[in-house]
Design a protein around this ligand. Structure first.
Ligand code: CMC
Length: 371
């Protein structure tokens, strides 16, 4: 038996949703660079689910379905009021998404049509859950979703109660496009493993949220901002980063299992971070990030990943730090559900093996004879 720690380089399934070939990321064959400049998140979600870009009437139908499904049951809001106020936001999201299934009469309907509708419903409801949780913990009224607006606009509106400005909507929308899918990343794999037992789509997305929460995956964007806060100013960057490197500690937002010459999404977020810094008249987070990148790339050859510049972008958008990873979940819900649908369409139980390294030829020792 040969063991590959972390399944590095192992091809565990076939998929026609997204690809990473020679460092180029595509969704359904379209380069992420092109989608980042031209597509809306809703178009991308349609692309991931249906395998093609929507025409106008298909997009209108999707927008209307998303709007029609974006409210969440009062019971789930009431449960969220009972969560401890300092609950981790990803833990809150994981629990609330699991709860949503209890109020969906079609939760266990495994027909394809029902699962497609549940994918749309989850995509529509996840932003509502996150915004509601963020307001409840601050003792504020929950704001119901608006119809006829994009997911990015609705989320910012439900979070603050104010109409978000165009710059913020466009920036968030682009971030959602960039995070939507990423081949067999850890959370998507978790989702596929779960539903490959023929469990339901809510179980798959709940598993995925749990996997995304960790700092080696989606939790890295929040960890990057914690690092920027800790560093505090441009003057402290050099000594902080050098110390981390000397101590062989990881710098959050750098490195990637698949990309060894840079994450193609990072440059879009770097550009966005610079633009938002200029617009807000506060270059501090951008300047610090650029300097960190210079040192880490120069000394260690590690390049920033998608999470690195997301942190400063979301901070410029005045989003609380602990909602960064939940925003990743808003976007990746499209990829998770597309992969879940694909898994159901061509399912086989995912059940690898482990190489046993424990003791052999042991016997049962009665309790009174154990040391
Ligand atoms: N800072 C410092 N050293 C690093 C880093 C880093 N961020 N990433 C990798 N290395 C070093 C690591 O210490 C090891 O060195 P050595 O061979 O001397 O022991 C070498 O590079 C290989 O690292 P690894 O952890 O075995 O690589 P991996 O392919 O298992 O890990 C990773 C990929 C993303 C988990 C890792 O790069 C990491 O922990 N990065 C920081 C967390 C992060 O930013 N995660 C977000 C990933 S991208 C988006 C997403 O999925 O959410």
């Amino acid at each position: 038996m040969t063991t590959t720690k972390g399944l590095e380089g192992i091809v565990a399934t076939t998929s026609s949703i997204s690809s990473i070939i020679d460092g180029i990321l595509t969704y359904r064959g379209i380069d992420i660079d092109e989608l980042a400049e031209k597509a809306t998140f809703e178009e991308v979600a349609y692309l991931l689910w249906y395998g093609k870009l929507p025409n106008q009437s298909e997009l209108d139908q999707l927008l209307s379905d998303l709007s029609a499904n974006s409210a969440i049951p009062t019971a789930v809001i009431d449960q969220m009021r009972l969560y401890p106020k300092d609950t981790n936001s990803m833990a809150a999201l994981r629990t609330a998404v699991s709860s949503l299934s209890l109020y969906d009469l079609s939760a266990n309907d495994m027909s394809r049509d029902a699962n497609v509708l549940k994918a749309i419903k989850l995509q529509a409801q996840i932003p509502t859950v996150i915004a509601a949780f963020a307001r409840i913990r601050e003792g504020k009224e929950v704001i119901s979703p608006k119809s006829g607006v994009s997911i990015a606009e609705n989320f910012l509106y439900m979070l603050t109660g104010d109409k978000p400005d165009k710059v913020a909507i466009e920036a968030l929308d682009k971030a959602l496009v960039l995070h939507a899918d990423h081949e067999l990343n850890a959370s998507t794999f978790a989702a596929r493993v779960t539903v490959a037992t023929l469990s339901d789509i809510y179980s798959g997305v709940t598993s995925a949220i749990g996997a995304l929460k960790g700092p080696l995956h989606g939790g890295a964007n929040e960890a990057v901002m914690a690092m920027l806060d800790e560093i505090g100013s441009l003057d402290n960057v050099e000594s902080y980063v050098n110390k981390k490197l000397e101590n062989k500690e990881k710098l959050m937002g750098f490195g990637h299992r698949v990309y060894k010459n840079g994450d193609p999404r990072a440059k879009h977020l770097e550009k966005m971070s610079r633009a938002l810094g200029e617009i807000t008249g506060n270059m501090k987070w951008y300047d610090m990030s650029i300097k960190i990148e210079e040192i880490v790339t120069g000394k260690k050859g590690l390049r920033p990943n998608v999470d690195f510049y997301s942190a400063s972008c979301y901070t410029y958008l005045k989003i609380p730090r602990d909602l960064f990873t939940p925003i990743f979940a808003i976007s990746r819900a499209s990829g998770w559900t597309a992969h879940i649908l694909e898994q159901y369409d061509n399912n086989r139980l995912i059940r690898p093996r482990a190489e046993y390294t424990g003791p052999v030829n042991q016997s049962y020792v009665p309790i009174d004879q154990r040391s």
